[in-house]
Design a protein around this ligand. Structure first.
Ligand SMILES: C[S@@+](CC[C@H](N)C(=O)[O-])C[C@H]1O[C@@H](n2cnc3c(N)ncnc32)[C@H](O)[C@@H]1O
Length: 232
């Protein structure tokens, strides 16, 4: 009762998760930039009394798509340690870096030298982000450079996505930690119906995890599902 009017003060932005903002019913999100005035992806930068907000688009980020589609379990929060598999140029990783803030840390891994070049430039602007040129299928190659983490986020679009996740979870995810798996049905089996692919993946995940949520990513991404699971 009678508290400050943050919506007016902050130009209509409201915090929907810690470090994640939305304005009205816009189909996009915003994060508070850790690298103010820097835009690596042509995103809009908006000055507010809270700090500079960066526009985060669901058409470019499966994590933003899942949040806008109602995902409830958001373990990517201030201070979290995150291992990101399939970081590409760093679009979604840059927003993860904003959300976890200076007390968090992000290991951002990709096996393609072309995209890691740009990922390195993005990481140079952010003290909480380390780029790694590694293959997620071979975690032994980076055990000495990655610590135990609270969250693994995986978006590698490979046929053996579940197996890749398991390998990394066994080594890096703390017990009770959360993993996000952005599953692309057509990467797993082009001929099978997406529903059947998701059912099979869910059954496989259930053997090792508690499944917290399954969030379809349409209309932003066709035939994709975000699985949110917890390590027992
Ligand atoms: C769909 S893109 C990721 C987009 C990114 N997550 C984002 O939202 O900004 C998939 C990425 O996974 C990477 N990838 C595929 N297989 C991989 C593997 N075995 N190890 C590491 N990276 C892999 C690809 O090089 C590609 O950059």
């Amino acid at each position: 009762m009678g508290g400050p009017d943050y919506s007016a003060q902050n130009r209509g932005f409201r915090e929907v998760f810690k470090g994640v903002f939305r304005r009205g019913r816009e189909r996009r999100l915003y994060t508070l930039s850790l690298a103010p005035s820097k835009s690596h992806f042509d995103e809009d930068l908006i000055k507010t009394p809270m700090g500079e907000l960066r526009e985060w688009r669901p058409e470019r980020s499966k994590l933003a798509a899942a949040l806008l589609n109602g995902m409830k379990n958001m373990a990517i929060k201030p201070s979290a340690k995150v291992l990101y598999l399939g970081a590409s140029h760093g679009y979604t990783p840059s927003f993860v870096s904003d959300i976890i803030g200076k007390k968090g840390f992000l290991f951002a891994l990709d096996f393609s030298p072309e995209v890691v070049r740009r990922l390195v430039l993005v990481s140079e602007e952010r003290e909480n982000m380390a780029p790694l040129l590694e293959n997620a299928v071979l975690p032994a190659g980076y055990t000495h450079r990655v610590s135990r983490v609270d969250v693994i986020y995986q978006d590698v679009a490979q046929p053996n996505q579940v197996e890749i996740l398991m390998k990394n979870v066994d080594i890096f995810l703390r017990r009770g930690g959360t993993a996000y798996l952005a599953l692309k049905a057509r990467s797993i089996d082009f001929s099978e119906k997406p529903k059947a692919v998701f059912k099979r993946a869910g059954d496989e995940l259930k053997r090792s995890f508690e499944i917290l949520e399954e969030v379809p990513l349409a209309p932003f991404e066709k035939d994709h599902m975000m699985f949110v699971v917890r390590k027992r």
